[in-house]
Design a protein around this ligand. Structure first.
Ligand SMILES: *[C@@H]1O[C@H](CO)[C@@H](O)[C@H](O)[C@H]1NC(C)=O
Ligand SMILES: *[C@@H]1O[C@H](CO)[C@@H](O)[C@H](O)[C@H]1NC(C)=O
Ligand SMILES: *[C@@H]1O[C@H](CO)[C@@H](O)[C@H](O)[C@H]1NC(C)=O
Ligand SMILES: *[C@@H]1O[C@H](CO)[C@@H](O)[C@H](O)[C@H]1NC(C)=O
Length: 827
């Protein structure tokens, strides 16, 4: 039978699809300085590298660790960041001299503040690299003055300002993950500032509890009295692959006081496990870049705490550049309470346990345990199982962006349902706001927050203030987590699918859900404009009904005079980066012989008597249609005024009466300042009218197309045969359709072949045992179908994925199990 080739063909097709699956386009894009997403910046020529951020609990102050300084910034003003006080803390000339004599660049010899945490109600604890000789100090948070002289910072702060570290203060005690030497090869996780009931502890370094780690973050879980550290390191258990990086979660108990003889002044509760961000049989995204904890929903059990992490891959073969995975605290706990791998101390090889279990590694309260038990704990610190992401799948994956930092928030929408919103910073300086939906990830917007790639940066979210803070070497930027008033109409407000924003029918404006009362128009899951807007529409109940006449405003028409045989190019702005534009003419089709549909949505053709007349550009998004531009083309010499053109009214004041039409409706707002939507080259001044309408990202409206219905039928087909398919989204679907059809045909033919075969067998050898293929086939497909359900449940990326997998499991009675490239199981 031709099964193997069919199989490889199917696999190849699925492989072909996978890059497509992951294409996520932000709906709206705000370039730097766009008034729709206003930044407030703080920078000063004498304070640089402001990358360590600490928010006060009330959200009124932001403490910033920079180069040779700690700053207290007042952030309680809406439109300003005000420097309240500054503490200068720099190495002496002698320190600098020594540093540069050791061969370090002078620029890196400053004191880069890398630890900044609240110690108690009155003091902050800060550590800096201090010319490659780290120091720590207590700072009064009110006066921003140092109390006492600085301590030695070894083991608390890195020496090298480019090395990542993590620090957390719990009950006045400092827990850190950093390297504790000048060369950067003695990593430690340690406790400092221990109170009288505790002692300072560190890792036992005889067995290599850490292998060249990069520390990413740490998190305290009060319910368990445990601190979790997140880092990547060399995975020694995979010694057959050169320098295979693995991501880890490790734990220690805050009650740990070390052992009495064995493990004296060392952790008795240290344990680590692999953190796997991997989808099915793909190679894992193995290098963790950042992690954030999603606090519990109110009243939820602590075990439901989630962690969201950004991961990249060590290899370039993955279809995406970076992925987001989420992990459940319960899963982390159960891995740590399970079995541990055993290290053979002679060969330094890892194996699964054969010996008897003397103690439970990772358990709190082992300080009085026997030496035997402590030795066992000391040698068994790597959990056998890996912590897998929820649903064993990726929360999202980006093919174009390398995400580097994230923060996560649970947002209650107008219907009281909670949504998870991720703020993701890309290497290139874009901040993506993404909402996780059952149907996949939707990127609501992207905002450019810095232009030059930054080696060190930081992201902080203030939920009570609804603000994001980004610290880079150039300064601190503050951006509101939402700007609902940017969405001018109900349609735009709903299409944004931003859980922060809903349409208030009374004020006729898009408002923040958290500050609104009463019914709001919103549909985060579906983005269905007709439903969400008509349900809240008061004054114009029929506003969104199909029988509605074009009374609502629509773009005012543009009159164009052209000479015959001139090449005309009509521009059409996009409503958003997810919308698709198409053209219509009353009473005629736009045949592909005459018209060229350009990639940017514009229409190009030669002016002839036949092509004179009216043109309408429509945009559809998520099933909602709106007019973007209207043109009336006439011959230059002709003195006749357009007639039919007046049937479209200019925007009426009522529909424009949003929150402040003044500054926004004017053409003064330069085109570049508006969201970057690929519509036109600025040279075309003729079309300034429509440009303005475009820039308004459709403060548009709902032009009813009933007068044009005659033509709308031809449009879809044309769109396809006119070889335009402008965005790759479309081609993705096309590909999917092709693949599904091909698979269907293959499956059917396979079925027929099998049927014939069975009939033949039946006729010739009645004894032929076909049970084997039959039973394995059904078992296999059962397993697969449950896998697929798992993915759906866990919001795997995009609908195409399910299509692909779905079709594979329908016809894969003979497909073998998932192909595991990598051993995630112990060797
Ligand atoms: C929100 O958007 C509106 C409209 O573009 C703009 O006028 C306003 O300044 C924006 N606000 C912020 C805080 O970005
Ligand atoms: C906070 O810690 C500092 C430094 O140890 C100490 O001087 C101060 O009294 C403490 N403040 C409170 C309120 O405990
Ligand atoms: C454990 O040690 C503490 C002192 O560190 C002691 O008070 C306690 O009785 C010991 N518990 C057991 C079970 O030995
Ligand atoms: C400090 O900022 C400068 C640019 O202002 C940058 O080149 C340098 O890499 C930064 N250093 C650190 C340690 O972040």
């Amino acid at each position: 039978m031709g099964n193997p080739s069919l199989l490889s063909f199917t696999v190849a097709l699925l492989g072909l699809l996978s890059p497509c699956l992951t294409k996520l386009t932000p709906r709206v894009s705000f370039p730097m300085g766009n008034p729709g997403r206003h930044h407030t910046c703080f920078n000063s020529h004498d304070i640089r590298n402001t990358t360590t951020l600490l928010l006060s609990e009330d959200g009124e102050m932001l403490y910033v660790g920079g180069q040779d300084a700690v700053l207290a910034l007042n952030i309680s003003h809406k439109d300003a960041i005000i420097l309240r006080s500054k503490l200068s803390w720099s190495p002496s000339d002698k320190d600098l001299e020594q540093c540069s004599m050791k061969g370090k660049k002078m620029a890196d010899c400053s004191n880069f503040i890398r630890v900044l945490n609240f110690l108690n109600a009155t003091h902050i604890y800060a550590c800096g690299t201090f010319a490659f000789s780290p120091r720590c100090t207590y700072i009064n948070s009110e006066t921003l003055t140092m109390s006492g002289s600085p301590d030695e910072g070894r083991g608390r702060c890195p020496y090298d300002p480019y090395q990542r570290n993590t620090a957390i203060i719990v009950d006045g005690q400092l827990y850190t993950g950093t390297v504790a030497d000048y060369r950067g090869n003695r990593p430690v996780i340690s406790r400092h500032l221990s109170d009288s009931r505790h002692v300072d502890l560190k890792l036992d370094d005889t067995l290599g509890w850490l292998e060249d780690p990069t520390f990413i973050g740490s998190s305290f879980i009060p319910d368990e009295e445990k601190i979790y550290f997140f880092f990547s390191e060399v995975g020694r258990e995979y010694d057959f692959i050169d320098k295979f990086i693995v991501s880890r979660v490790s734990q220690i108990c805050t009650s740990d006081v070390g052992g009495q003889r064995t493990l004296q002044r060392r952790w008795t509760t240290f344990a680590k496990a692999q953190l796997l961000c991997q989808a099915g049989s793909e190679l894992p995204y193995n290098v963790i870049q950042d992690i954030d904890i999603l606090p519990l929903a109110e009243g939820g059990p602590a075990d439901d705490t989630l962690f969201y992490g950004i991961f990249t891959s060590q290899w370039s073969v993955n279809s995406g550049r970076s992925a987001v995975c989420s992990f459940r605290l319960t899963d982390i706990k159960s891995v740590f309470s399970g079995n541990y791998k055993v290290l053979n101390r002679d060969t330094l090889q890892w194996s699964t346990r054969v010996q008897e279990k003397v103690a439970n590694p990772g358990e709190c309260g082992l300080h009085n345990a026997s030496d035997n038990a402590l030795r066992f704990v000391k040698e068994n610190f790597l959990a056998e199982d890996s912590v897998r992401s929820i649903g064993r799948s990726l929360t999202m994956v980006s093919t174009e962006h390398t995400y580097s930092r994230l923060t996560v928030q649970r947002v209650q929408a107008a219907n009281r349902k909670n949504y998870t919103v991720l703020f993701l910073l890309t290497e290139a300086g874009q901040l993506h706001k993404a909402v996780l939906l059952q149907s996949g990830v939707h990127i609501i917007e992207e905002v450019q927050v810095f232009e030059q790639p930054q080696p060190v940066k930081n992201l902080k979210l203030s939920i009570p203030k609804g603000m994001i803070y980004v610290g880079t070497s150039e300064g601190v930027v503050k951006i509101p987590s939402a700007n609902c008033s940017f969405y001018w109409t109900c349609a735009q407000c709903v299409l944004s699918r931003d859980p922060f924003c809903g349409w208030n029918p009374f004020s006729r404006s898009c408002v923040e859900v958290s500050q609104a009362h009463g019914i709001l128009g919103q549909d985060v899951d579906g983005g269905n404009v007709e439903q969400a807007c008509s349900s809240v529409s008061l004054t114009q109940r029929t506003r969104f009904s199909p029988s509605d006449l074009p009374t609502a405003s629509c773009p005012s028409g543009e009159l164009l005079s052209v000479s015959l045989n001139e090449v005309v190019r009509l521009k059409c702005p996009a409503a958003s980066q997810l919308s698709r534009q198409f053209w219509e003419r009353p009473n005629s089709r736009l045949s592909s012989d005459l018209y060229l549909h350009m990639k940017d949505g514009s229409l190009s053709f030669v002016a002839t008597p036949a092509t004179l007349g009216q043109y309408l550009c429509l945009s559809t998004e998520n099933g909602y249609r709106q007019a973007m531009a209207i043109y009336q083309l006439r011959q230059k010499s002709s003195p006749l005024a357009p007639t039919s053109y007046t049937q479209f009214r200019r925007p009426t004041p009522t529909t424009q009466a949003g929150p402040g039409p003044g500054p926004r409706s004017g053409p003064d707002t330069s085109a570049t300042a508006w969201p970057k939507i690929p519509y036109l080259d600025p040279g075309v001044t003729k079309l300034s009218m429509s440009i303005r309408n475009a820039t308004v990202t459709t403060r548009q409206t709902n032009l009813d197309m009933s007068t044009w219905t005659g033509e709308s039928r031809g449009k879809e087909a044309e769109f396809h045969d006119g070889n335009l398919l402008p965005t790759s989204r479309c081609s993705c679907y096309l590909k999917e359709v092709v693949v599904v059809s091909v698979l269907l045909v293959l499956c059917l033919s396979l079925l027929i072949i099998m049927l014939l075969y069975v009939i033949r067998q039946h006729c010739h050898h009645r004894t032929a045992p076909h049970t084997e293929t039959g039973s394995t086939g059904s078992r296999d497909s059962n397993r697969r179908s449950s896998e697929v359900q798992g993915e759906v449940f866990n919001k795997h990326n995009g609908p195409t994925m399910h299509g692909g997998h779905g079709s594979s499991f329908i016809c894969n009675g003979t497909l073998p199990g998932p192909i595991e490239h990598l051993p995630n199981t112990p060797i």
